[in-house]
Write a protein of this length. Structure first.
Length: 480
């Protein structure tokens, strides 16, 4: 039999595309005993020129990696113009590609082991079913978010028709402590939003997949993953098998020439608070003023990646390089020059987190950033900004215990006052703080857990072997 193909349909954002691709590359690299695979990545044209440029850069790099990875560019589609929310737009835009996905898979001459779908592409399980091939949803977020999405249609029916913040008490979520309403993910916080209806539909379609591939580990999220496996998310209906094969991270070599890394080389071990907020994180001048006040008052060493607002001219949602003269209060850099570095553009986050000088991470709490922090044993103070990050923050503090709490005002755009950030950084970094001590100890244990999970004999390695077996056994020639 010809080598079976894993056909991938990722959302175009780097956190989705690269997480899916790296996970499926792990399947290729682990193949043994005659269970070889190839990868065909279906490339959608993203809706913006900036995103298109990023995707093409990823394609060029991966095409040169030496693995059996092929790229099939799908025909362009017209983006919906009446979408209200970001998540609704993404799901609808991907859905418009369904005929092209079907044609691409049907035309393949080799057996197809699976159509691997981004979580926003879950409705395309129908395409896989029509072609007679298995379908797997790839979960680039947490096991807790997977449990919530599976349980959301149940919550929709069981909770009165009010927003979660209007409920009396907390939200019951299988596998987690009761979730405060203000910790619910942004897309589902407002039940009147099209984003909410979109997520209810997506969660329902997850149940129709052959399986779910998750970038997490059993030991990282035992509660949510057990809740899914034991059928507690959708009572009376078994969920598809989940394969937690993470943490899947692309860990490159160190670049000692980078200025941030060179600055860290001169700092004492565990002394630096690292502030970085992902590819979409930026702050306006009032929030910057609060951060500067907090950092000056707390007195700890810091490395702060500060980005400027998106450019109105380009229409991009991504931050720009910060103009420090405009954003920072007069004299701030001079007053903190001995112990702080403000970096106004992209920074090598993985290399920074790996540096022994870093003792804590103030982060937006995106799952890829969380996994990088845990891989290196760095405790966190989560400052959620968008997507599922409010639920991540709750989980990191209340369930995993690897973070100290940071109170954000969701009604003011996740605003944090200086006194609260100062308290959180002190809690995270002070040697004699009980909360920070517990988070540091737990983060150190999670570092060992993450590495053991992916080693031979670890839980994620075993899940990867089960996944490879299921993929090989399910490979079929698509129906025409």
């Amino acid at each position: 039999m010809a080598t079976p193909a894993l056909v991938l349909l990722p959302e175009w954002g780097s956190g989705h595309l690269m997480s899916m691709l790296e996970s499926c590359k792990r399947v290729l690299l682990s193949s043994s005993g005659g269970k070889a695979f190839s990868i065909t990545l279906l490339v959608m044209r993203p809706p913006t020129a900036e995103a298109t440029s990023e995707v093409e850069a990823h394609v060029r790099r991966e095409a040169a990696c030496g693995l059996d990875i092929r790229f099939h560019r799908l025909p362009a589609v017209e983006a919906p113009t009446d979408a209200v929310g970001v998540e609704e737009f993404i799901a609808r835009y991907i859905g418009l590609h369904a005929p092209h996905v079907r044609d691409a898979v049907a035309a393949m001459a080799c057996p197809v082991a699976a159509l691997v779908l981004d979580l926003f592409a879950a409705p395309l399980v129908d395409v896989a079913r029509g072609l007679g091939v298995p379908s797997y949803v790839f979960m680039s977020s947490t096991g807790a978010m997977l449990a919530l999405m599976l349980h959301l249609p149940v919550l929709h029916e069981s909770v009165p028709a009010v927003d979660f913040d209007e409920m009396e008490g907390d939200v019951p979520l299988p596998g987690l402590p009761p979730v405060p309403p203000d910790s619910m993910p942004c897309p589902v916080a407002d039940k009147r939003s099209p984003n909410y209806a979109c997520f209810v539909r997506l969660g329902d379609r997850f149940m129709d997949a052959t399986g779910v591939i998750a970038n997490t580990a059993d030991e990282l999220e035992p509660g949510p993953l057990a809740a899914v496996a034991r059928g507690r998310c959708v009572p009376g209906r078994p969920a598809p098998p989940v394969y937690p094969i993470g943490p899947v991270l692309s860990l490159g070599g160190r670049s000692p020439s980078h200025e941030c890394v060179a600055w860290l080389d001169a700092q004492p071990p565990g002394s630096v608070a690292f502030l970085c907020f992902g590819s979409m994180g930026w702050f306006d001048p009032p929030q910057v003023a609060e951060i500067t006040a907090a950092l000056e008052r707390c007195g700890h060493r810091f490395l702060w990646v500060l980005r400027g607002p998106p450019s109105d001219a380009s229409g991009s949602e991504h931050p720009t390089d910060a103009n420090l003269d405009e954003l920072l209060p007069e004299g701030f850099l001079e007053r903190t020059g001995g112990k702080g570095l403000v970096w106004p553009t992209w920074a090598p986050q993985k290399e920074i987190l790996a540096h022994p000088a870093v003792g804590g991470f103030v982060t937006h709490g995106g799952w890829n950033s969380v996994l990088e922090s845990l891989w290196h044993g760095v405790p966190m103070a989560p400052w959620p900004l968008y997507a599922e990050q409010h639920l991540n923050a709750f989980q990191l503090v209340a369930d995993m215990g690897v973070a100290v709490p940071l109170k954000v005002d969701r009604k003011r755009g996740n605003f944090v006052v200086a006194a609260e950030l100062e308290r959180a950084v002190r809690s995270l970094m002070d040697a004699d703080g009980e909360q920070g001590r517990r988070a540091r100890e737990k983060a150190a244990r999670m570092k060992a857990v993450c590495r053991k999970a992916v080693e031979e004999g670890g839980s994620s390695h075993a899940a990867l072997q089960r996944l490879a077996e299921a993929l090989h056994d399910g490979a079929v020639i698509p129906k025409k």
